[in-house]
Design a protein around this ligand. Structure first.
Ligand SMILES: CC(C)(COP(=O)(O)OP(=O)(O)OC[C@H]1O[C@@H](n2cnc3c(N)ncnc32)[C@H](O)[C@@H]1OP(=O)(O)O)[C@@H](O)C(=O)NCCC(=O)NCCS
Length: 217
């Protein structure tokens, strides 16, 4: 059981507070955001403090940290806070729903794995990975760091997901695929061939599209 400081005051942080409170042994003790977003002194009845000085109020020797953020900036926003919290000396927890199905899969730190994910045997999950609800994560696969699966994604067996990828709702990945770093897979896209780094893929079968960066995450 750890006492945990949670990063954020938006929906994802509020949900993380709910999940940790109702479905984990951890206790959330405070929230933190960057000073420029600090508009109040509390959130959900708990202290809200500036991230810039959080380690002086909640020392890393006594408290752990969790930053379950969105995929904004193709997961690099979440990566930045993850790295900064580690640099302050914090150990980051992961949350895995009691309603997810796992088979002893290795899971990294700062992962947020919600209900109804099925992670089949021999698949590994890296650090700072979000699996929103209801994904099928096939066997003998590898999901690297800073990856975001939304919901109802099917990752077939023997796939390698490189870092920073994003998968829209209901997207599908054929077995034995390698999804290159920073690939954006649109909702309902069906990936039948390996992708190119930082490519945007749409349709069935999926094709690479040019897309202004403000349109993706
Ligand atoms: C790829 C994506 C970013 C495009 O968004 P957008 O640029 O706002 O798209 P628009 O709604 O303006 O549509 C532009 C065109 O692309 C088409 N289109 C949009 N999304 C599409 C998709 N996933 N597959 C195929 N075509 C798509 C639209 O029909 C439209 O076609 P038209 O110009 O012929 O009318 C968006 O579809 C997507 O996948 N977002 C992720 C959604 C998601 O998973 N949300 C969960 C968040 S937790």
């Amino acid at each position: 059981m750890a006492r945990v400081v949670l990063f954020g005051v938006m929906d994802t942080a509020e949900l993380a507070h709910f999940y940790l409170t109702h479905d984990s042994e951890h206790e959330v003790v405070a929230f933190t955001v960057n000073r420029e977003f600090l508009k109040d002194t509390e959130f959900r009845g708990l202290p809200l403090v500036a991230f810039e000085e959080v380690e002086t109020i909640y020392p890393p020797q006594e408290f752990k940290f969790f930053a379950p953020m969105t995929a904004r900036g193709m997961n690099r926003n979440r990566e930045r806070i993850y790295r900064e919290a580690k640099a302050k000396g914090y150990e980051l927890i992961s949350y895995v729903s009691s309603k997810a199905t796992l088979f002893g899969n290795p899971i990294g730190e700062n992962c947020f794995i919600l209900e109804d994910n099925t992670i089949q045997p021999f698949t590994t999950i890296g650090n700072n990975v979000v699996l929103w609800s209801g994904n099928h994560i096939g066997h003998h696969g590898q999901i690297k760091d800073h990856v975001f699966f939304t919901s109802h994604v099917v990752m077939s067996g023997h796939c390698v997901i490189e870092s920073y990828c994003f998968f829209g709702v209901n997207s599908t990945i054929r077995d034995y695929m390698t999804i290159a770093e920073g690939t954006f897979v649109a909702m309902a896209a069906s990936i039948t061939k390996p992708t190119e780094p930082w490519g945007v893929y749409m349709g069935n079968p999926a094709e690479k599209k040019s897309m202004p960066s403000h349109k993706i995450y």
